[in-house]
Design a protein around this ligand. Structure first.
Ligand SMILES: C[S@@+](CC[C@H](N)C(=O)[O-])C[C@H]1O[C@@H](n2cnc3c(N)ncnc32)[C@H](O)[C@@H]1O
Length: 321
């Protein structure tokens, strides 16, 4: 029996808000991971089909093993979720629910051996899809200093991004940076001493930024939500769990735009305010109960937003590609 490493976040809240309205309907779990949320759906609704998507083949395999006994009620797909939702196969059931539980799983930190954690003695890699060319090692050793600083600033919201990029640039002149631990130490010594004593390790944000850049996480998220809104059945729901402010901002703004409540400079605002495509189910994001945070501290930054599809896109106006 496979050992499950990941603890699924806000499972009860997801089940409460993402209720398929037909007993034999379908839900797409865009971020299958080890299949915890998928299993909860399959257990709760005995006639439901779950389409589970993950770009990490190792995770897809692990979830496939866990969910094997559900037979054809579980369909595993190896894909980036934005690509998959944008060209959803015609012979797959149209979903009444779409779930995104963003980021990476505990498996990635603890067992993938791909340098996601700055605590591990592992090669600097951070690819979800190991067949992809670009890895964290390439970004760190080949991007020019300014681009590196921008990535660390934009995707890590790291205020010492310039100092860190400059230290990386100096270190790689001497020799290539190949290990997660080497990068951690470079960041540690690049930042002011006071910052080293902060609540989080000084390399946390730099590691987050590199992971986002390597896997194009934020552009995939926007594109994925657009495609999900098009694909959902009328009255279907989309639920997104985010783990940091960059993700949550995209979810919040995209949902609000489709609900006709977006900021004024959005050219589609008028269109959606006259004919909204989504209704916001959660006006404010839901957060985990304190017991969940105690049991699983990694859930402490989770935010769940849910919206419901109101109507089909008008012909040719809401296509994502
Ligand atoms: C937080 S984990 C999901 C955990 C899962 N809900 C569970 O209960 O076990 C996120 C998963 O989504 C995958 N992932 C992240 N972004 C993706 C994307 N754009 N397309 C496909 N898979 C993605 C990661 O490989 C990871 O396995």
């Amino acid at each position: 029996m496979m050992q499950i490493i990941h603890y699924s976040v806000m499972k009860d809240e997801v089940l409460t808000h993402l209720v398929p309205f037909q007993e034999n309907g379908a839900v797409v779990d865009c971020t299958l991971g080890e299949g915890g949320h998928a299993e909860a759906f399959l257990e709760t609704y005995p006639e439901l089909t779950v389409v589970g998507v993950d770009r990490d083949e190792e995770l897809l395999k692990r979830a496939g093993e866990r969910l094997e006994h559900y037979g054809s009620r579980f369909l595993g797909v190896h894909a980036w979720f934005d690509d998959f939702l944008s060209s959803y196969p015609g012979d797959f059931p149209r979903p009444q629910g779409i779930l995104m539980d963003l980021g990476i799983s505990m498996y990635h930190y603890e067992a993938s051996n791909r340098g996601f954690s700055f605590l591990a003695e592992e090669a600097l890699d951070m690819r979800l899809d190991v067949s992809q060319r670009l890895s964290a090692r390439d970004v760190v050793n080949t991007y020019d200093e300014r681009r590196l600083a921008d990535i660390i600033y934009q995707y890590g919201e790291e205020r010492y991004s310039r100092r860190i990029a400059s230290a990386i640039s100096r270190a790689r002149h001497i020799r290539q940076i190949t290990q997660a631990k080497e990068l951690r130490d470079i960041v540690y010594f690049a930042v002011p001493a006071g910052y080293r004593r902060g609540r989080i390790h000084p390399a946390t944000k730099t590691f987050q930024a590199l992971r986002i850049a390597v896997n194009s996480e934020l552009s995939r998220l926007s594109r994925g939500i657009d495609a999900a809104v098009s694909l959902l059945s009328e009255h279907g729901r989309i639920a997104v769990i985010s783990f940091h402010s960059l993700e949550d901002r995209i979810v919040k703004h995209t949902f609000r735009r489709y609900a006709g409540k977006a900021p004024g400079d959005d050219p589609l605002l008028q269109q959606y305010s006259e004919r909204p495509m989504l209704r916001l189910v959660t006006k404010k994001p839901l957060i985990p109960e304190s017991e969940e945070v105690t049991q699983n501290p990694a859930s402490r930054s989770a935010k769940l937003r849910v919206a419901q599809k109101l109507q089909e896109p008008q012909e040719g106006r809401y296509e994502t590609d």
